[in-house]
Design a binder for this molecule. Structure first.
Ligand code: C5P
Length: 307
């Protein structure tokens, strides 16, 4: 390694969870208007970005199977888009560790793209503003801007209207994916019936139980069509809802990952352990809801691995 080579940039790409997701309309181009409360959980993929002459991507980790490492991966698309927008000719060697399931409704690809944009801006020392980065990000996918935002958010439009959500209480989440991947366009296409009228989210929940009570008044409008395509979603929701300490369960995004809310780490971890023992083929994980970008999880996850 030459003395001038900048140190590797390490970025987490947190799982995105839609606490609710209502479909409020449809645009002439086929995209749907949404109203969603989006949060991030303290677990996700991890990217290591190093300076190189060309752009290269390698994918590792438990969920790497079937994930492309060519230009069809959003990481590569994000890197190319940033190169174009900034005019830089720099390259990068990107290692993407897939720790969360793909095509799962937890925004893995979108979070990876957002982490790539921020990571490469830092690695390449680009002057591009947050605003320009945000505009660029929407071209990569409707969920990429909110992943770039990285904080609890109320999201409208197709994903580009983002506002910081009112404070949320401390909450732990169990996330469960039964190993079924669902195509987002297919789930949107299978949705039927009237659109939901957007209502203002009142906030004000001071405990996890109060948050659960509030959420019962909102829905994930993609849950019925997703369950129609993958009936196991109903089984996952029933199992999650019956776990000791579970306050509330719902599907995230276009599925098939579902979540349950808990008041404490202890309850969430013990419920996850018992569900995992009962359903060894399912992906089951417990994680805190992240309230800020510079959380302890961020610090732990961005520490270079020993050796
Ligand atoms: O933007 P993204 O690539 O994540 O979207 C994938 C597909 O999901 C779109 O092509 C569209 O069919 C559907 N979608 C939608 N409305 C949104 C987001 C996604 O209809 N707001």
């Amino acid at each position: 390694m030459s003395a001038s080579k900048p140190p590797a940039v390490i970025r987490p790409a947190w799982a995105k969870i839609n606490l609710y997701l209502e479909v409020t309309g449809r645009r002439p181009n086929g995209y749907h208007e949404l109203d969603s409360l989006i949060v991030f959980a303290g677990l996700g993929d991890r990217l290591v970005l190093e300076a190189a002459d060309t752009l290269e991507l390698s994918v590792t980790g438990r969920h790497a199977k079937g994930v492309p490492s060519d230009s069809s991966n959003l990481v590569m698309a994000a890197a190319e888009a940033l190169r174009q927008a900034s005019g830089t000719r720099q390259g990068a060697r990107v290692r993407l560790e897939k720790r969360i399931p793909v095509a799962a409704g937890v925004g893995g690809g979108s979070a990876d793209a957002a982490a790539t944009l921020e990571g490469l801006r830092q690695l390449w020392k680009l002057k591009i503003s947050d605003r320009d980065l945000r505009e660029l990000s929407l071209g990569l996918g409707a969920d990429v801007p909110v992943c770039l935002f990285g904080l609890p958010a109320l999201v409208q439009g197709i994903g580009e209207v983002i506002e910081r959500a009112p404070p949320l209480p401390p909450v732990w989440l169990d996330l469960v994916n039964p190993g079924v991947s669902l195509s987002t366009p297919a789930v949107f296409k299978a949705r039927s019936g009237d659109f939901t009228q957007a209502r203002p989210w009142p906030g004000g929940a001071e405990t996890a139980a109060q948050l659960a009570d509030l959420l019962r008044g909102w829905r994930n409008d993609l849950q019925p069509p997703a369950a129609g395509l993958a009936p196991v979603v109903e089984t996952v929701l029933a199992k999650l809802g019956a776990l000791p300490g579970a306050l509330f369960s719902r599907m995230s995004g276009s599925g098939a990952t579902c979540f349950a809310l808990f008041s404490s780490a202890k309850e969430a971890k013990s419920a996850a352990a018992s569900l995992s023992a009962e359903q060894p083929d399912w992906w089951v994980a417990a994680a805190p809801l992240l309230h800020g970008k510079l959380s302890d999880e961020w610090r732990r996850d961005t520490r270079p691995a020993a050796g």
